[in-house]
Design a protein around this ligand. Sequence first.
Ligand SMILES: Cc1cc2nc3c(=O)[nH]c(=O)nc-3n(C[C@H](O)[C@H](O)[C@H](O)COP(=O)(O)OP(=O)(O)OC[C@H]3O[C@@H](n4cnc5c(N)ncnc54)[C@H](O)[C@@H]3O)c2cc1C
Length: 440
Amino acid sequence: MNKKNKSVAIIGGGLSGMSAAYELAHAGYSVTIYESGEDLGGLAGSFMVNGTYLEKFYHHWFNNDKDIIRLIHDLGESDKIKRNFSRTGMYYANSFFKLSNPLDLLRLKALPFWSRIRLGIGTLYVQNISNWKKLEKHRAVEWLPRVFGKTAYNIIWKPLLIGKFGDTYKDVSAVWFWNKIKLRGGSRGKEGKEELLYYEGGFNALVSRFKSELINLGVKVNLKCKISSIEIKNNKLNKIINSDGDSFGADKFLFAVPPQIIGSLLRKSSVNEEYAKTFDSIPYLANVCLVLVLSKKLSDLYWINVNDPNFPFVAFIEHTNFENSETYNGKNLVYLSKYLPETDPLYNMNADELTDFSIPFIKEMFPDFKEEIIEESFLWKERYAQPLVTVNYSKIKPTYNTIYNNMFYCHMTHIYPEDRGTNYAVREGRKVGTLIADEE
Ligand SMILES: Cc1cc2nc3c(=O)[nH]c(=O)nc-3n(C[C@H](O)[C@H](O)[C@H](O)COP(=O)(O)OP(=O)(O)OC[C@H]3O[C@@H](n4cnc5c(N)ncnc54)[C@H](O)[C@@H]3O)c2cc1C
């Protein structure tokens, strides 16, 4: 059958779903995206601040993120990529430490001199490991102190592991951490300074451009369409049904949504519980991101890792030290980010409550901070923000296929040995799109 007569329904319009749609439309399929949100973009979506779009969750790319760079090239928009040197730092024991280049590491007074040397040598060693498979059986909590020494581990890496993975930090694989260090180390420009990429007009401009390209290719986009049940017949996925009760058929279906959502759809359609359970096997942490609009800037740093265990956020990100505040009519924008289980009381706070909760901590960090400079605050929450990458993950990494030969899936759990990110959402989306297209 001509592919033009074949249809693919894509559930989830984040960058994975959009990238799969791009490949499938190019291959001649008739493609429809069903997205529950008001627009495409998923976790890389944006909202309006002072007349300009800003990412709900802070976003940038590394200069070695080749799949997103390739996509932007394919869209004919390479000149929209902006390259900025990042100003990175660390907050520890009531002090700030710059960490923007290798020399800053040598000057890192938070560590005794020999620990700094060990940290530097350890970083070079880790960046040169190419065979990640030999790290697979190690947990980060055992491997990191061996490579960097206990002092550097306790002060530099352990707070970040706990900040990102909470109570589950001991389960994180060494591979996850290796990749973080390697990726950041590789994203350097001249003089060894870290170079980060952004897009003119922010991620919203890229998502809009990508969406219009998909529409030009004939992709139909069905927004505010939450798929709430599915129908399985004769061992095939037959239909998807949205929360208004409208049903949609297709020859093939790709779920570009968190696996837990697929598990619950399967359960509702009375699929064998053992199979539905497999979609819950890789836990995800949730995230809350408080965005403060300030009348004054707080620091000169873009990214501050918070290594103080008494501080409830893992990172303090002053976005307008990365993208100029003029873009936002002179406002200064700060993100406070926390990864947490959905049961954490902070996950259930509203924007005002979380702002009030955060103010004493911001004052501790910046003693001159006055809450009057907060003009607005926004809160973004995501239940499925970060999968937990455990030891020997390659043995549990899911495939794109399901037990139904016309049903596929792809989300952050498919990304390995790298960590989730839009670059890899594009890579995996294009891969699964090609796989579905090549199947005939
Ligand atoms: C705090 C934070 C910071 C980040 N920072 C960066 C960064 O700096 N750089 C970077 O590259 N990446 C970053 N990322 C990661 C990046 O955002 C993700 O890896 C990427 O956007 C994931 O895309 P996706 O399409 O795989 O999934 P998602 O973005 O999760 O897309 C899934 C889509 O499915 C939709 N959906 C869910 N259920 C249904 C349903 N039942 N029916 C219909 N639609 C449904 C959702 O609304 C969503 O649009 C960050 C993520 C977070 C949480």
